[in-house]
Design a protein around this ligand. Structure first.
Ligand code: PLP
Length: 278
């Protein structure tokens, strides 16, 4: 494990953030999580591009190019000597006496590199449970912002209900999970929420779309309701850390036969092939 704070490598327990750090005080920043498999990053450029987009969306003055961030991240992973790991990178509006207005100071860039803790194989083999909750987040969920309070509260509620994830909805229309994108399979087609400001444009979502096209499975980016979610043939969620995770029960309703379905399995098999070929 290793930490990085504004140009210096640190051990994780020594990484100290000043009280007047805007990430700490306001959640005034953005972040990314990038998975490395056997020393190779999965879709690094896409993650870095999203980081830069999130930064621009909250008007962080970023000087680094995509290539600069690539170097920074690759160097940190090399330094950590970890092969299967997650890089967490965060950019905030810097360190300045607490005032809401933007300070005229450099941004802070911090990172951690930690060993990946993938979900247990039986979770993917048997599928996991989810609950449906209201999406109480703000209007700009396409930004990977540090402000995760509604996500955290919903995830905790899910966990306390014995569930892996909460699938969120606005007025009965599914947006996404608390830390994942959500999909249903109906009559052999994949449906997922379209890329609007209401959801994060997931990098794993991008991978699933590419894989679906390769496998000739229709990938339909259209809004769908919680009713359709409950009556779907298959449901799954995706994220960098959980990859493709089958959902077999939502609230008290079994999905399909209550076991991971064939389309989800095919997608995951192809996903694993892509990882093996990195
Ligand atoms: N949606 C939300 C709200 C997330 O926090 C995440 C990831 O943590 C995702 C979707 C999935 O994004 P990705 O596949 O890029 O990890």
């Amino acid at each position: 494990e290793i930490g990085y704070v504004n140009g210096k490598y640190v051990s994780l327990d020594e990484a100290v953030i000043p009280i007047d750090e805007r990430g700490h005080q306001f959640g005034d920043g953005v972040y990314e999580v990038i998975r490395f498999y056997n020393g190779k990053p999965f879709m690094l450029v896409e993650h870095v591009e999203r980081l830069i987009n999130s930064s621009k969306a909250i008007r962080l003055p970023i000087e680094q190019s995509v290539e600069d961030f690539n170097q920074l991240i690759l160097q940190a992973v090399e330094k950590s000597e970890l092969k299967d790991c997650n890089v967490y990178i965060q950019i905030t509006r810097g360190i300045a006496t607490r005032l809401h207005l933007f300070p005229n100071v450099p941004v802070s860039i911090t990172m951690t590199v930690r060993e990946a803790k993938p979900p247990k194989p039986e979770m993917r083999d048997n599928g996991v449970k989810a609950i449906i909750l209201d999406d109480e987040r703000w209007a700009n969920c396409y930004i990977k912002s540090l402000n995760l309070l509604p996500n955290i509260l919903a995830k905790q509620t899910a966990d306390e209900a014995g569930c892996y994830e909460a699938i969120l909805n606005r007025d009965g229309v599914v947006t996404e999970g608390t830390s994942s994108n959500a999909y249903i399979i109906k009559e052999g087609k994949i449906f997922t929420a379209p890329l609007t400001k209401q959801i994060l444009p997931g990098i794993t979502r991008m991978a699933v779309k590419r894989i679906a096209e390769k496998l000739n499975i229709d990938f339909v980016e259209e809004p769908f309701t919680t009713d359709l979610l409950l009556s779907a043939d298959e449901v799954f969620v995706t994220s960098t850390t959980s990859e493709i995770m089958p959902i077999v029960k939502i609230d008290d309703n079994s999905i399909g036969n209550g076991v991971p379905g064939p389309v989800t399995k095919r997608l995951y098999e192809q996903f694993q092939l892509e990882i093996a070929a990195l």
